[in-house]
Write a protein that binds this ligand. Structure first.
Ligand code: ADP
Ligand code: MG
Length: 571
């Protein structure tokens, strides 16, 4: 292997030459404290910066074995190291050193969640960090002196400060991994406890702002305090005994006056499928990992989804057992998103009245009198939510401050008053007895079957211009797949652009499993299994540092939103 002196010589040799001369430094270098690998040198100072890795052997890094002794801990450790690398690069990287991206050293930055990422790895042999470097240019020529400073002054300081145990705070690291381990343990316990979710006493649910996911600290912040009737005690590996609100399986209604914290609670539960960093406030807010947030999304495309449990008898006799549209209405989009989630394996649905189609959620007695059932294609959710649980075991958590009709179908009612939950199931039952709604159930006997669909590989074209495969994420909520755009705005449980990026590439990877009669569910599950076995790296040809883990539910949701998707019904 070449060494640091070789790299220095090579840089000096190409100084002042055309920028493409940087290509010559691709490869691995033994730098003593670590191995430096330049996987890809950018061809232009304005292009995406170069892909670089360092591998620090454990004889230097000396990370304690306990920090990666199980999967929860390993992921948390890696997340911790990524954050430290990011902080250190801010501290030690001088930044701008010429044209374009010249001078940057940047690692993928995690948000409030602890996700598995490809930015760092930890094994018994070494610690690896993957990041990008903007190889410096003056105009369009190699600026070797600056490159030397980056490789031999800045980078070693960053590596030492972030990947070597003795320079890290052990108590901070410990807290990080124990927090993640407790959350994973809690999530694992939900099933046994018959719960779909748990919200710990003392949790801080509100966020700093609509665009800032850090905890709210300004003004009055009310810590979560469980309702007595739903209080559950759990045992955690690190924190020990803990109490909080357990939300049992079945149909749960969250009611309460406007601005009393209903949506905030639901939002926290949506993200309870992920672990959160210490001091986030939601460290012990966890949800069943197969929980899917559902919302109306008018304008979306739908491809041959059997929405007949919710919608039938459309005008002009249009069939709904394989319903397609380029421009769904609010109600049909919400119906399709539910069926698609069930098809992909969702076990819990979360729905907020704020983002639902009213005519999908409710249809009261007076409306039933005025518009007879044979003139209304929609069977409202209220008539299906119990069957959903009874027939297929899928629980629903519903924020509904606007209609007491739901008292009739809920297993329990939680009322938010000034950001505190109260169990009002009995009171709601008494009211439901006293004031009968007189509405007729319209949902029939059964929920109806979920028909599976077979995606056709030819409907996925990742090519663009001369590029055979061109896929990229455009921010958190959009994937450019070939010449098409996948809009993920309504897929609300995505939290990080690196997830979106990985999903884009996973769609392409998934196509190799298609066309052998495999259903969408089977294809998605196979991709998820492959990633579990071999890691996210299998999604790309080169080692990249900017993937983050995602669920099969989001992968399926993205495929369902590809506007070219074509499917066959399963025979
Ligand atoms: P609802 O859905 O019941 O109308 P929201 O959940 O949207 O209410 O909450 C209304 C406002 O109250 C939001 O600005 C939110 O940040 C804030 N909020 C929510 N929970 C708390 C809390 N526990 N402490 C302080 N403010 C909160
Ligand atoms: Mg609300």
């Amino acid at each position: 292997m070449r060494d640091a002196a070789d790299l220095r010589r090579m840089l000096r040799r190409v100084d002042g030459r055309g920028y493409k001369a940087y290509k010559g430094i691709e490869g691995a270098y033994d730098c003593g404290e670590y191995i430096l690998i330049v996987d890809h040198a950018q061809g232009d100072p304005f292009a995406s910066p170069s892909l670089v890795r360092v591998q620090v052997p454990q004889r230097v890094a000396r990370l304690p074995r306990y920090a990666y002794s199980n999967r929860s801990r390993e992921i948390a450790l890696r997340d911790f190291l990524t954050r430290k690398f990011f902080d250190a690069s801010r501290r030690f990287c001088k930044g701008n050193r010429g044209t374009g991206n010249s001078g940057i050293i940047l690692i993928d930055l995690p948000g409030q969640e602890i996700l598995e990422r490809t930015s760092t790895f930890a094994t018994e042999l070494y610690v690896e960090a993957r990041f990008v470097m903007g190889l410096p240019a003056l105009g369009r020529t190699v600026a070797a002196r600056h490159a030397e400073a980056m490789f031999f002054e800045e980078l070693p300081q960053i590596v030492r400060a972030s990947l070597v145990f003795q320079n890290l705070s052990e108590s901070e690291l410990q807290k990080h991994i124990e927090t993640a381990e407790d959350a994973d343990s809690l999530r694992d316990q939900l099933d046994r406890l018959g719960l779909v979710a748990f919200v710990a006493d003392g949790a801080i649910l509100p966020r700093a702002s609509g665009i800032d996911p850090r905890p709210l600290t300004k003004g009055m912040v009310v810590p979560f305090q469980s309702a007595e009737s739903l209080r559950v005690k759990v045992e955690l590996p690190n924190q020990g005994a803990m109490t909080g609100m357990g939300i049992p399986n079945g149909v749960t209604l969250i009611v309460g006056g406007g601005y009393h914290g209903k949506s905030t609670l639901l939002r926290a539960l949506e993200l309870g499928v992920y672990n959160h960093i210490p001091d986030d406030g939601r460290e012990l807010v966890v949800t069943n990992p197969h929980t899917m947030k559902i919302r109306a999304e008018d304008g979306r495309r739908i491809e041959k989804v059997d929405i007949s449990p919710f919608i039938a008898n459309l005008p002009f006799g249009r069939k709904t057992s394989a319903f397609s549209t380029e421009d769904a209405s609010g109600s049909t989009s919400q119906a399709a998103s539910i069926i698609e989630a069930l098809e992909a394996g969702a076990q819990v649905l979360l729905i907020d009245e704020d983002t639902s189609a009213t005519n999908f959620m409710i249809r009261d007695h007076r409306m039933q009198e005025l518009v007879s059932k044979d003139k209304e294609p929609i069977t409202p959710f209220i008539d299906k939510v119990r069957q959903l649980y009874q027939d297929i075991g899928v629980s629903t958590l519903l924020v509904m401050g606007g209609s007491g009709d739901y008292f009739d179908v809920a297993d329990r009612v939680v009322c938010m008053v000034e950001y505190k939950p109260y169990g009002l199931t009995e009171q709601a039952r008494v009211i439901a007895e006293k004031h009968r709604t007189e509405r007729r159930p319209e949902g029939g006997e059964r929920f109806g079957s979920i028909s599976e669909r077979i995606p056709l590989a030819r409907s996925f074209d990742p090519s663009k211009g001369r590029r055979e495969v061109k896929i990229s994420s455009k921010g958190l909520q959009s994937i450019a797949f070939g010449t098409h755009t996948i809009d993920l705005e309504a897929v609300e449980q995505l939290v990080n652009t690196s997830q979106t990026r990985a999903i884009g590439d996973a769609i392409y990877y998934a196509t190799k499993y298609m066309d052998r009669g495999r259903t969408l569910r089977e294809v998605v599950d196979t991709v998820v299994e492959d990633i579990a076995k071999k890691g996210l790296d299998l999604l790309s040809a080169k080692p990249t540092g900017d993937y983050a883990a995602f669920r099969g539910l989001e992968l399926a949701a993205a495929i369902n939103r590809l506007r070219t998707l074509s499917v066959q019904a399963k025979a």
